[in-house]
Design a protein around this ligand. Structure first.
Ligand code: PDD
Length: 287
């Protein structure tokens, strides 16, 4: 069966799926999104993702397109139709379709689009040798906590990374402190084996992987601190890694031209990744 998408109330073939040219997402980026991982058939941290979806909608005063139970049913149905075992469910909600006018339209219904994408497991080389990241100025707006579909600085940053042969770009605030990657959160491990990531605020997206990993790090007794770190501290760190719904936990072994630690994936990073992979599997056993 060809891949399907869900568009405003209907399942349609992915290649034929389309929205109206006056959808406010298309014209104004007036919408939000979520990316929910599916691992071994398990929808990972679904409620945390839907909590963040609700929060993003609330911050932008966009109505919910449907109830949470309905969204969960749609998610499962799309996963089933597309035979998805490992990958991502993408869901996007915009303020709806209306004649182009900046202020909120009266009576527009929020538009909901959902797609799925298969993702291949990360290669052994990636896990052992780690990834390169570059650093760039953070050019985004002041409400990065909202998972807005307005992603132009992220797109430009990821393109700059790709052109530099890197996987990700870590963004730096005006003080030279790392905010986060263009589509992932940033972490380091200090010489005394303390795991550090920036505290949640308007300056970063509070990643769901980040939230669950903090719980795991604390439950397993590792030393941990939420605070900002500079690019200089990151370059001198013992280990570095990044997290997201598509990357889970991936080692970072080069920042700009500087090798991190011994240039290979960090030991603690590997342990933490294993905890996270085990955690995702445990969610299946629980459901
Ligand atoms: N990106 N920071 C940014 C700017 C992000 O876009 C993302 C997620 C994260 C990590 O969040 P989470 O752990 O909830 O995936 C942090 C998704 C995957 C994307 O845009 O494709």
């Amino acid at each position: 069966m060809p891949r399907q998408a869900y568009v405003n109330g209907r399942f349609v073939p992915h290649r034929a799926a389309s929205v109206h040219i006056e959808d406010r997402g298309y014209q104004f980026s007036d919408g939000i999104y979520e990316v929910v991982p599916v691992y071994k058939g398990i929808v990972v941290d679904e409620d945390l993702h839907l909590d963040r979806l609700d929060r993003s909608l609330g911050e932008l005063r966009i109505d919910r397109p449907c109830s949470r139970p309905a969204l969960k049913i749609l998610t499962r149905e799309l996963i089933r139709r597309n035979g998805l075992t490992n990958g991502l469910v993408y869901m996007q909600v915009t303020r709806g379709v209306a004649p182009r006018d900046h202020k909120f339209p009266k009576g527009a219904k929020p538009a909901l689009v959902m797609t799925t994408r298969q993702v291949k497991p990360h290669s052994e080389a990636m896990l052992n040798e780690g990834l390169k990241v570059i650093t760039i100025p953070d050019q985004r707006w002041a409400r990065r906590d909202i998972k807005s579909i307005s992603l132009l600085p992220n797109v430009l940053g990821k393109q700059a990374a790709a052109e530099a042969g890197a996987y990700e770009a870590w963004q730096l605030d005006a003080d030279g402190m790392v905010t986060e990657g263009t589509s992932s959160n940033a972490w380091i491990v200090t010489d005394d084996n303390k795991v550090i990531t920036r505290a949640a605020s308007h300056a970063i997206l509070n990643g769901i992987t980040r939230i669950s990993l903090i719980k795991l790090i604390e439950a397993n007794g590792y030393r941990f601190e939420e605070r900002a770190f500079s690019v200089a501290e990151a370059k001198a760190a013992r280990e570095a890694f990044l997290t997201s719904s598509s990357s889970f936990v991936l080692p970072v072994t080069q920042i700009d031209e500087v090798a991190i630690g011994n240039g290979h994936a960090g030991l603690l990073t590997g342990k933490i990744r294993t905890h996270y992979m085990d955690y995702m599997e445990s969610l299946g056993a629980a459901s």
